[in-house]
Write a protein that binds this ligand. Sequence first.
Ligand code: XMP
Length: 501
Amino acid sequence: TGRVVAQLVDGVSRTFNEFLLLPNRTSRECTPGSVDLRTPLVRHAVGEPSEIELRTPFTSAIMQAVSSPELAIALAREGGLGFLHHNRPVEDQVSEVRAVKNFKAGFVISDTNVRPTDTLGHLRELMQETGHSTAAVTEDGTASGKFLGLVTSRDFHPQRHDPAALVSSRMLPLEKIAYSRADVGLSEANTRLWEERLDCLPTVDESGFLRHLVFRSDYTDNKRFPLQLVDAGKRLRVGAGVNTHDYRDRVPALVEAGADALCFDSSDGFSDWQAEALTWAKKHYPDVAIGGGNVVDGQAFTFLADAGADFVKVGVGGGSICITRDQKGIGRGQASAVLDVAAARDAYRDQTGQYVPICSDGGLVHDYHVALALAMGADFVMMGRYFARFDQAPGAKLPTRDGFVKEYWGEGSSRARNWQRYGQGSRGLLFEEGVDGFVPYAGDLHEGLATTIAKLKATMVSCGAIDLGAFQATARLTLVSDQSFQESHATVQVRETSGLG
Ligand code: XMP
């Protein structure tokens, strides 16, 4: 006779809040400055390097409210990878992939542009809006119009010059400024900036149309990003989400546009649809790096790895905007899911000689949760709420009584109108799997991520781990009781916060 009751999987479904790390012995050499956060992104043979290695273990969620090109650029400059979302027409996603791939560090598209016939009053307003003191003068007043000259802070002073006068009266025309051909490299551009004592070097194409501006101040800016994640052609790397509905069109278009890694993204990745789609992608595009998910147990991991997934995303219902567990009763505590899948990944490695990295996706609330996810075996993490808080995320920034918030909504919310993914047909959502809300605004990604990285390195140093491999191999976890959870927090009345993250 067959089974008549459901099978109960061993163990309780646990979350990150239930764990802490025990400190290990720290050697003299193990300092924050020497900690290395490199980690493999894609499948590789044991003993060989991964074709793509992240330089910091962060990826951004495949979500409308998270991964804009601006965010993907900012994250790649920090050594991580942004995944542009796919719940929209193929052409829209492709043009965003191109925008990231075409980004040239140090080369900016001018945002303060005027016509020679505009008034200085108009220029003043524009400069106030953008906060920039160099304006490009083009025939049609756009960033890519026929280039006619520049107005800099040396040429124009808002209080000194008549607002009714024309831009042409103060601009430096082409014959008086240094500019360059469009294919100039950054180091050549920088040499000219210094040798010719310039503040700004415009680049112009063969027909005389403006392409970029290179600023002297951005040279030092580039030095801020020593970990930039770039491809062989020195272009920033970018990821893109795909789905099991239109992958036959979307995968080729994204590959053609230069996406570095693709990822199937579903609240239920343990499906024949996804296995078929992965197999198809690997057959037609053997060189594509493509991940699968999401799953929460070892069996599902092995299923997707066998189907060809280059990495597997872990997590169902733990995300900050997720209500999948409330709505469908499906999911698993994120810590238990990561621990189980990591064990399956290691078993798969031992059996096949192939290492298939795993990503802990969703539910990371505190910075130390990142450290826990990595210690538990995740090769990298994916975050939505975390990145949605920054300037570079696409959600609107709104004022509140206590500061600012940014909009953040789930891909399964009716706002995302994501009926394809949830397979409820063209009548639209019958029920939602995500909510629409707000997250506290957190400023610039560079500053925010620096704090998170500093904490992660400090945790690793306490655990005596100089890199993520050592961290996973030596981490010792302890379960936290309700009482000891209370003990973890300050038990005095806090006078004021330091403002530090
Ligand atoms: P965090 O906690 O970082 O989670 O904000 C981001 C992850 O949540 C998943 N996601 C959803 N899950 N309903 C869900 O059940 C949704 O509407 C939804 N939108 C995103 C996704 O895995 C993402 O990376």
